[in-house]
Design a binder for this molecule. Structure first.
Ligand code: PEP
Length: 256
């Protein structure tokens, strides 16, 4: 279990200008300066990373990338390599986000992206989550399969570079069709931990942080961290608001 809570802000395809990105990053940076119990990381669009790194580098607020390609250099139009991301200050990378899966990332690509990111020293947030929930619990097989396929050949000695974000797809974004509960997350995180302990040595598997994501905000952050025992949160929309994201960092900082 990670001692520090991980609070990650996925900016997705926002904002549209470098000026706005800088203002958002600077505001969050200011409010993260005193964090002790919390690892804060924002994932801006890759085009802003270099500017944010150059103008606003902070030891309390890490930068990450929203996706990565598995090859390092070459004829891959439109792709961004792990070497490029390292060179513009990204330390983390999200892999397997449901929106990237919807745009074509397959389980196999997710696996090779993870191995490439690992080799290049990134901390990885692997997103998993079912598209629909059924009362019989059949959706749990989706989570297990996504984990097993994503983590093929993942060396156990590198588990310190991995976090899992459980993000039920139906609970993400403004078109969410339902809300996950802290109890629901807790139940599913136990299944995730069990699956990890079948893939890796159980003692080592226990150390992998399990984050919750899906319409997290100031209103429910504490309940997922306390009642849901989440090791962290992956925040979408509310990470675009300085006051809200800063408040979520504050909440994470005070929970035990
Ligand atoms: C996400 O897409 O990772 C996410 C959690 O989005 P939101 O918080 O907006 O539901």
């Amino acid at each position: 279990m990670a001692t520090k809570k991980i609070i990650a802000g996925n900016w997705k395809m926002n904002p549209v200008s470098t000026k706005e990105a800088l203002a958002l990053y600077s505001g969050i940076k200011k409010n993260s300066a005193r964090l002790k119990q919390t690892t804060a990381v924002v994932f801006p669009p890759a085009v802003f990373l270099a500017t944010l790194r150059d103008k606003g580098v902070s030891i309390k607020l890490d930068l990450g990338a929203q996706n990565v390609f598995y090859e390092e250099i070459g004829a891959f139009t439109g792709q961004i390599s792990p070497l490029m991301l390292k060179n513009v200050g990204a330390k983390w990378v999200i892999i397997g986000h449901s929106e990237a899966r919807a745009s074509g990332d397959t389980d196999l690509e997710i696996n090779v992206k993870i191995l490439s990111a690992l080799k290049n020293g990134f901390k990885i947030i692997l997103c998993i989550g079912e598209k629909t929930r059924d009362a019989q619990g059949k959706y749990l097989a989706v989570l297990q399969e996504q984990l097993e396929k994503a983590l093929v050949n993942f060396p156990a000695k590198k588990l310190g570079q991995l976090a899992i974000a459980y993000e039920p797809v139906w609970a993400i974004g403004k078109d969410a069709t339902g809300v996950e509960t802290p109890d629901g997350f807790l139940h599913n995180s136990i299944v995730i931990k069990k699956t990890l302990s079948q893939i890796f040595d159980p003692k080592k598997a226990k150390t992998v942080p399990i984050l919750y994501g899906g319409s997290v905000g100031v209103k429910n952050a504490e309940s997922f961290l306390v009642a849901g025992h989440a090791d962290g949160l992956l925040v979408g929309r509310e990470s675009l608001d300085i006051a809200s994201f800063s408040e979520i960092l504050k909440i994470a900082e005070k929970v035990k």
